[in-house]
Design a protein around this ligand. Structure first.
Ligand SMILES: *Cc1c(COP(=O)(O)O)cnc(C)c1O
Length: 415
């Protein structure tokens, strides 16, 4: 007996074996892992989860691997922070931040999906892994493949932030910078995936990879004392993360691990790449691809694979998809740093700026539990804020020089 029944088309429900497949050959719909929940229900309790490893693998029973995990053993179980200062400024008593800016080992939520994808890729017998990436995914695939001794090819747009490029090269994978945007990279990778027998984590391994994002919902519920929040804010690139967070809360409720309760889900996009937000605002049932132009490069997907599914989750939960400008993104990063001492990357700036916008629009009651997902680390996108943070006061190594500067800071404060 296995908890994995196989793969199932999200559109026409046609079934496939649990192999490296991702599209339905009849209707071209995406494939999703189908579980035997009766089987899972017999072996999962809160106590057993709490006694599990201090990583996302405490939720192994709900992840699509058949044997024990072998890659990414330290990913997940990041802090859920009660953001008292930020909450106070926004009029929210129960605002929480799920801080994947400190995820292990590559400082973004992608360590979750890659831990699952590479464990599964090894189960399926692959010796080479690959991905198309907006940056963080490539960092995580590079690091995890080094640890797992898999050969590795990562494909990125040529104009990524320098820390994200270096954050690949340091692990010695094959890094391919493509002269185009992410959508060009992804299209090329689909062709390469057809020719080479590689585990492309976000192409032929996508049904397994994407399930890793559910752990953000699982951990949030656990850390809130086994309940779902009232509202969440989730950044959207391909839309997979948002879709799977919604699924994660549903799974916990259906297994009786949390009380069933609606979670209002808000998507967050940069105005310069907002195909899901446009469809939401215009009431459309299709996504019009766009050409991204934003500093939030990790979210710059103009043709999001799971955009429609994300839109559906938002609509059914009575949430919104809200956009913010590049200027607001920078302000969001600074606001979070100033209030909570957390340095998030541009995607985090998008999330915080959307949180602020929604708070000003009175989208939340002050006593509601609101969780914002901080998905990446600011040290990787320093270009975005380097102009906005000023510079240190430069002094000579003398007491008088310091006192002169100190007096000036006091005067500046007063003005
Ligand atoms: C990839 C990524 C996202 C969004 O992921 P999708 O599942 O493609 O929507 C959000 N934040 C950061 C920092 C990311 O790297």
């Amino acid at each position: 007996m296995s908890k994995i029944k196989g793969l199932k088309c999200k559109e026409c429900s046609k079934r496939y074996p649990a192999e490296p497949l991702h599209v339905c050959e009849f209707c071209f719909g995406p494939l999703e892992v189908e579980y035997d929940y009766d089987f899972i229900r017999q072996g999962i309790t809160r106590e057993q989860i709490l006694q599990g490893p201090k990583s996302l693998w405490r939720y192994q029973a709900l992840l699509p691997i058949e044997k024990e995990p072998t890659v990414g053993l330290h990913a997940g179980l990041t802090p859920l922070i009660h953001a008292k200062n930020l909450g106070q400024e926004l009029g929210l008593n129960s605002l929480y931040l799920k801080n994947d800016a400190v995820n292990c080992p590559t400082l973004s939520f992608k360590d979750r999906v890659v831990a699952v994808a590479l464990t599964r890729a090894k189960e399926l017998g692959f010796d080479t892994v690959a991905c198309a990436s907006t940056g963080n995914l490539a960092n995580s695939v590079s690091a995890h493949s080094a640890e797992a001794r898999l050969s590795c090819y990562v494909f990125i747009p040529y104009d990524l932030e320098s820390a994200k490029v270096l954050g690949n090269l340091i692990y010695r994978p094959n890094v391919v910078a493509v002269e185009g945007n992410y959508d060009d990279v992804n299209r090329l990778c689909s062709e390469i995936a057809g020719e080479y027998h590689w585990a492309f984590v976000n192409i032929n391994i996508r049904p397994y990879y994407s399930e890793g994002s559910k752990t953000l919902a699982f951990e949030t519920a656990e850390q809130l004392g086994w309940r779902a929040p009232h509202q969440v804010i989730v950044p959207i690139a391909s839309g997979s993360l948002l879709t799977k967070i919604a699924k994660g809360f549903r799974e916990l409720a259906s297994l009786g691990l949390i009380p069933p309760a609606p979670v209002r889900i808000h998507g967050a996009q940069a105005a310069g790449c907002s195909p899901v937000a446009s469809a939401f605002l215009e009431g459309r049932d299709f996504i019009k691809p766009v050409k991204p132009k934003t500093i939030a490069k990790s979210l710059a997907i103009g043709n999001p694979a799971d955009g429609l599914y994300a839109l559906k989750e938002v609509r059914e939960s009575h949430g919104t998809v809200t956009t913010v400008t590049d200027e607001e993104i920078v302000e969001g990063i600074l606001f979070l740093a100033r209030t909570e001492g957390i340095f998030a990357e541009t995607a985090g700036g998008v999330t915080v700026a959307v949180l602020k916008k929604l708070a000003h629009q009175k989208a939340f009651r002050s006593d509601e539990t609101v969780v914002a997902y901080i998905t990446g680390n600011g040290l990787k996108t320093q270009e975005a804020v380097s102009q906005a943070v000023g510079s240190p006061m430069l002094i000579e190594p003398t007491l008088s020089s310091f006192e002169k500067a100190f007096k000036k800071t006091k005067e500046d404060r007063r003005n």
